[in-house]
Write a protein that binds this ligand. Structure first.
Ligand code: ASN
Length: 469
């Protein structure tokens, strides 16, 4: 079949290149980041850039950056897809051990500024602190409606044998073919929820693990998406913070704990033994209680990679009764970034922050079966969303107001089906729901005519189903 621009669909992806080994070349003093090496090298590799596709592509995009385009792949349903992408490179490129909180905010802001112009985002990042960044972004990118994937490499793209090609191409293909509206981390053929991962190896290509939550996607001969676990959300806000982590060890003194919990500290992640246990020493528990009474938020997580903090043991209960809050099965990276995020919200009171620590906000912790979840305190603060149809059509973050009956039905059939498209029309259930005046699924899918469900909702005059924050 001759290649024509209209026979294929394409997704537009923005790559934010912050740095990391993936960009490095071997210099006299070891590996160092080489500016623009990555982009130039992608442009010369056919699997990352197909000049023929480039010549066929109709330039309707609002993106202003020079871009590249992948060859076509055949997606489920026989539809051909290609990924058009632009690279926004940081100057200087950073080794991720130098990443700071302001860099997380910079990434979030760059996504926010480019949110309407791209369908998905890939962040290239060093592996050393990648799981901190993916955790932080999962909280910063509130109500995310598009795919965000953080990736990098253990061996630079400049080396003949590397994991950079697989990681970058895998992230690009996932970002360009699926709407997984979460902040994810892709590494070694696996897409993880970003706030569930830790770096587990400095030399293995399988460098990350998600000990308490299954992968969202496994990329093998087939790409298998675990749709039942994929979250759906839709807006973006900023944050700022103060936090620290304290690891208990046998013989730790109350003076060390007190110094750590000095008045300028607002929150602490306490790495406890096993299922949330600490030595039963009154001086130690007293120091923790004193800080909790002063308004320091202390979150207990386990030193074990697998498992959760619970009140199974008396030694754990005494911490909780001193005012320490359970962080469940959160990773240290996630507990720290979540605490930072919550403490940076001036509208939240001390007790609301404490309540939200143990409440899953982005799927970052597993709710204990027996516990009735506290109502999200932030819900009480939210203003009633205003209806604003023009804003929705202009591409602002938006969501369709769920019809309760419809939502229940959608939950029952699960995420995979909700995201399925009907092959002939390329319409999702949400397209149909919008046409019919009720709703309940992803808002950014486009049909074969390039229209989103919101477009139809507006065109058909179903203003009551559109909400813009
Ligand atoms: N030091 C590097 C970094 O985190 C390690 C890597 O990317 N593999 O930036």
């Amino acid at each position: 079949m001759p290649k024509t621009a209209s026979a294929v669909s394409s997704m537009e992806v923005l790559i934010l290149n912050t740095g990391g080994t993936i960009n490095m070349i071997l210099g006299q003093r070891g590996y160092v980041p080489e500016p623009y090496f990555l982009t130039e090298s992608l442009r010369t590799q056919n699997r990352f850039h197909d000049p023929l596709e480039e010549s066929l592509f109709s330039h309707s995009s609002s993106a202003q950056l020079p871009s590249m385009i992948t060859p076509r792949s055949t997606a489920p349903g026989g539809i051909q897809k290609r990924v058009r992408y632009a690279v926004l490179e940081w100057d200087p490129l950073l080794d991720s051990s130098n990443i700071e909180i302001t860099d997380w905010i910079r990434i979030a802001t760059e996504i926010e500024l480019n949110y309407a112009a791209f369908d998905a985002f890939v962040i290239l990042h060093g592996t050393d602190t990648m799981s901190y960044t993916s955790s932080a972004l999962s909280f910063l990118l509130e109500d995310l409606g598009k795919t965000v994937i953080v990736t990098g490499a253990q061996i630079p793209l400049s080396q003949l044998r590397n994991d950079a090609v697989d990681n970058l191409l895998g992230a690009l293909v996932l970002a360009g073919h699926y709407i997984i509206p979460e902040c994810c981390l892709f590494f070694n053929h696996t897409l993880y929820r970003g706030n569930r991962v830790s770096k587990i190896s400095s030399y293995d290509l399988n460098a990350f693990a998600s000990p308490n939550f299954p992968p969202l996607v496994n990329v093998g001969i087939d790409i298998v998406v675990n749709w039942n676990d994929v979250m759906r959300q839709t807006s973006l806000r900023r944050f700022r913070s103060h936090k620290a982590t304290l690891r208990l060890f046998p013989g730790i003194t109350a003076a060390t704990v007190r110094a750590f919990l000095a008045p300028e500290t607002q929150g602490v992640v306490l790495e406890t033994y096993g299922a949330g246990n600490a030595p039963q020493r009154s001086d130690l528990v007293g120091a923790l209680k004193e800080a909790c009474d002063r308004g320091v938020v202390i979150v207990s997580i386990s030193q074990c990679a697998k498992g959760s903090v619970s009140d199974a043991y008396e030694t754990g209960r005494s911490l909780l009764s001193a005012g320490v809050v359970s962080g469940g099965d959160m990773t240290p990276e996630c507990a720290l970034t979540k605490l930072s995020y919550l403490l940076s919200k001036p509208e939240l009171s001390f007790s609301e922050v404490r309540a939200l620590v143990g409440t899953p906000l982005r799927g970052e912790l597993t709710r204990p079966v027996s516990v009735i979840p506290p109502r999200s305190a932030s819900q009480g603060h939210r203003q009633q969303p205003r209806e604003h149809l023009r804003g929705a059509l202009a591409g602002s973050p938006a969501l369709l107001r769920p019809d309760p009956r419809q939502t229940r039905r959608n939950i029952a059939i699960g995420g995979g089906l909700v995201n399925c498209v009907e092959p002939a029309s390329r319409r999702s259930p949400l397209h149909s729901a919008a046409l019919n005046g009720s709703a309940g699924a992803l808002v950014h899918l486009r049909d074969s005519l390039g229209h989103t469900p919101l477009y139809y909702a507006a065109r058909q005059g179903h203003e009551q189903v559109v909400e813009v924050w």
